[in-house]
Design a protein around this ligand. Sequence first.
Ligand code: PLP
Length: 377
Amino acid sequence: MIPFNQPSRTGDEEKYVLDALRSQRISGEGQYAQKCHKWFQKHLGCHKALLTPSCTHALEMAALLINIQPGDEVIMPSYTFVSTANAFVLRGATIVFVDIRPDTMNMDEKLIELAITAKTKAIVPVHYAGVACEMELIMGIAEKNNLFVIEDAAQGMMATYKKRPLGTIGHLGAYSFHETKNYTSGGEGGLLIVNDERFVQRAEFIREKGTNRSQFFRGMLDKYSWVDIGSSYLPSDLQAAYLWAQLEHADEINIQRLRSWAAYYKELLPLQREGCITLPAIPDDIEYNGHMFYIKAATDHQQRELIAYLKVHDIQAVFHYIPLHSSVAGRKHGRFNGQDQFTTVESRRLVRLPMYYNISIEDIRTVTKTIYRFFDK
Ligand SMILES: *Cc1c(COP(=O)(O)O)cnc(C)c1O
């Protein structure tokens, strides 16, 4: 069986996790968390990078930081993971869904302004598959309308837009280190990226249960106390240790994934030329991270048949998001602005192929050959 995903392993995870385990401090903000924070702050050039137990939690922190209140509206694509919406719905927001572009599956930046009302508080672009949204345009719209931008860059680590890392362009950004992402902190994990200096102090309060404990640990206070609302948004140092083993090999993992992505693309290009499938588009001005390789079948029927055919041939390929606006909770907490021209149709054509760190070229060829056979080519 060629699996859809395998968690990234570099070989140093056990060593660092054991080291953390044997240390005096395995709760949040241990030595590995501090190493990871430094790495991200240097690599991203952000004001603050804070590990969280998940990207879901980083998004929840973002909703708290921009003070989402009941009745506020937040604009995002419907073609995304539930956490993008849930984080804001938990604070009482209404979600306003906007259609996607069929080429990148990202929110169509040209439709955002049409969705803005007097209640709009934030725009949440999702960099689908790690391919950047049109951030320059989105930031311009936000500035003009006095809105916050929270980047859901869960899939976007190591990818850039006009040389800027994803997650560092909006006011706040979020990464995921879930086992299905390019880098993992041992199954679950995330990062909140603070790009607007105004949020730095409060982000630390919120993450430490609404206390100023982080200042206390830095020796700035002789005791800590309750200063704000908050929760427990710190991962254990075991997770940070696991992640550290991956950050040390960040480029290697990235280069390897890009190589696999390019191999898929090259093998499948003739099939696109024959009109059988559609390949993903990578716009100019961005650097990609090879997070995902998807193809699009002609119809939803063909999508299901292709997934079933690959399964019979021991290849695990999968569809992706059920558009949120068509789900039970999505209908309750959100509305779709304008026409759903592409979200539903395109999502039903999409098939994600096996893609992970160190997938072999032989396995990629087995997958592509099986796809050719499906199309009788
Ligand atoms: C994976 C993912 C999330 C959630 O990440 P967790 O770390 O599992 O909470 C959120 N948004 C997008 C776009 C994702 O791909």
